[in-house]
Design a binder for this molecule. Sequence first.
Ligand SMILES: *[C@@H]1O[C@H](CO)[C@@H](O)[C@H](O)[C@H]1NC(C)=O
Ligand SMILES: *[C@@H]1O[C@H](CO)[C@@H](O)[C@H](O)[C@H]1NC(C)=O
Ligand SMILES: *[C@@H]1O[C@H](CO)[C@@H](O)[C@H](O)[C@H]1NC(C)=O
Ligand SMILES: *[C@@H]1O[C@H](CO)[C@@H](O)[C@H](O)[C@H]1NC(C)=O
Ligand SMILES: *[C@@H]1O[C@H](CO)[C@@H](O)[C@H](O)[C@H]1NC(C)=O
Ligand SMILES: *[C@@H]1O[C@H](CO)[C@@H](O)[C@H](O)[C@H]1NC(C)=O
Ligand SMILES: *[C@@H]1O[C@H](CO)[C@@H](O)[C@H](O)[C@H]1NC(C)=O
Ligand SMILES: [Ca+2]
Length: 533
Amino acid sequence: MMILNLVLALAVLQWTAAASYGTSFRKSCLGFNATSFLTNSTLRLHEYVPANTTIPLNGMDSTCSRADQLFSVEACRIALTVPTTNRSSVIVEVFLPRNDAWTGRYLATGNGGIDGCIKYEDIAYGLSHGFATTGSNNGHNGTGGKDFFNNEDIVIDFSWRALHTAANTGKTLTKAFYKMDLGKSYYMGCSGGGRQGIQAADLVPQDYDGILVGCPALNFNYMSAWRASFYAITGAANSSDFVAPETWQGLIHNEVLAQCDALDGVQDGILTDPSLCLGIFRPEALLCTESNTADCLTAVQVDMVRRVFSPLYGVDGKMIYPPLSPGAETLATQRLLSGTPFSYSVDWFRYAVYSDPSWDPAAFTIADAAAAETKNPGNSVTWPSSLSNFRDAGGKMLIFHGGADQQITHLDTERWYNYLSVGMASRPSDLDTWMRFFFVPGMNHCSGGAGAWQIGQSGAAAAGIGYTPKFNVLAALVEWVEGGTAPGELMGTKFANDTVAQGVQYQRVHCRYPTKSVYLGGDAGAVESWGCK
Ligand SMILES: *[C@@H]1O[C@H](CO)[C@@H](O)[C@H](O)[C@H]1NC(C)=O
Ligand SMILES: *[C@@H]1O[C@H](CO)[C@@H](O)[C@H](O)[C@H]1NC(C)=O
Ligand SMILES: *[C@@H]1O[C@H](CO)[C@@H](O)[C@H](O)[C@H]1NC(C)=O
Ligand SMILES: *[C@@H]1O[C@H](CO)[C@@H](O)[C@H](O)[C@H]1NC(C)=O
Ligand SMILES: *[C@@H]1O[C@H](CO)[C@@H](O)[C@H](O)[C@H]1NC(C)=O
Ligand SMILES: *[C@@H]1O[C@H](CO)[C@@H](O)[C@H](O)[C@H]1NC(C)=O
Ligand SMILES: *[C@@H]1O[C@H](CO)[C@@H](O)[C@H](O)[C@H]1NC(C)=O
Ligand SMILES: [Ca+2]
């Protein structure tokens, strides 16, 4: 009886403590004067966010077209405009978890494309795991690049400085709010956000202890040229030999699978190693002939398909960007193969490279690639030959890239890994001590696909897989930085119809480059049927 009473009393005490914490957290949030710690900045918004609040994002630039975001844990939200020069500034959103939920960690989130869209889903994800988390507009609003026009400072912000400014801001406010020193700092971003992570490691190596890089837009100027080059290959959507999206998704994709799916030993719609397919794929198999006139391609179209799966060569004839991976054609119809110019590339060339809004994407030639590379607006190139400062500061980097990426080929990430290996005189086992690259077969750009693509790489990819290092790459990064144990392999999860409620369809190991995932035999849906070699 006495023990029961004690337990009850304790429970009541705990309940009271939690309840009063809630009230006092709201109070300390609203009483916190952010601009007294950042005297050069302007407050945009300051609010207490109760648990399970859906934040309407209609205040964001409409081109970002993001859904409203649910925040499952309570937070103190502070948004500021922070100047970077007298003609440029960054909007920084800081979300601070309740004192007893804060792990001492800081997390910065990145953007995508050339955009200035804040990924609130990633902020909510970091916050729910106890990180003080920030996002920024990367120096400009929306998905377009008009703001770059005649303003190199906004280009520099986009290239690297906005993220650095957000980190300064986020760290300063986090320390001031909790009145405590920061623990470890992290960064997470995919695509353009992956590029930002590598820029940070290169240019401001002290900013983060751990960096999670997804499908990075490395080699940025040549990548922009590569994307621009597709319109010249495919022609406009109304041109006579244009290959319709349905043809890429049906006839051509099926031929890719017919020639390449079984190369890995399993006919499952996934090319475990798409580079094997690049070596052998023959679109000529689809050529229309006298006896075959239906479901076929003209000679011009066959050549087009070949060029889509070929590298881009520069003015001197050297490869400047590797090819799109076979298997990625299905979703590449959304942009690269759509018969319209790739909007990010158009704006990059018009406003950052040439300062000429009349530049015509239909007139793209390889000379434009050279011009972009030479100008290297805002030092956006992102192709470091060494990250020794980041390594020597104790930094850890995890990189992942999908094998069916329809916007940035994983082969460019492989190429950079090998370039870095040579540049730093490091074998894979040396790189492994601070940087690891995981290839994810069958994953589309940053998320989605037939592969076991959920590895906790973003707010959109975290549902249902938990938060343990084996299944969750963010948890793995934290464990590596703070516990000293690096992930040897990652376990990816594919939910049926990508719906958690429909249950796990299968899980599969993802291997650390340069090892590759191989089928060992047995039930292809079983985890133990695959290994790394
Ligand atoms: C916050 O601090 C700034 C600078 O110290 C001061 O100008 C401002 O009045 C303060 N705001 C509030 C609401 O106290
Ligand atoms: C938020 O919603 C989830 C799911 O409905 C629930 O489990 C959780 O208890 C809620 N949190 C609070 C603090 O109400
Ligand atoms: C304003 O303050 C932030 C945060 O300390 C800093 O990163 C930034 O460089 C400052 N801006 C200017 C123009 O000095
Ligand atoms: C902005 O700063 C630049 C470089 O510091 C300076 O040359 C320019 O005069 C300043 N412009 C204004 C409007 O203050
Ligand atoms: C971005 O949008 C905000 C309004 O949400 C505005 O205050 C700010 O000036 C814009 N930034 C730029 C660079 O246009
Ligand atoms: C194709 O579409 C473009 C605009 O997208 C138009 O300018 C052009 O005239 C069209 N060509 C044909 C042959 O219809
Ligand atoms: C799969 O999910 C989509 C989107 O949530 C839904 O529209 C579709 O009906 C689902 N299909 C099956 C077979 O459950
Ligand atoms: Ca296969």
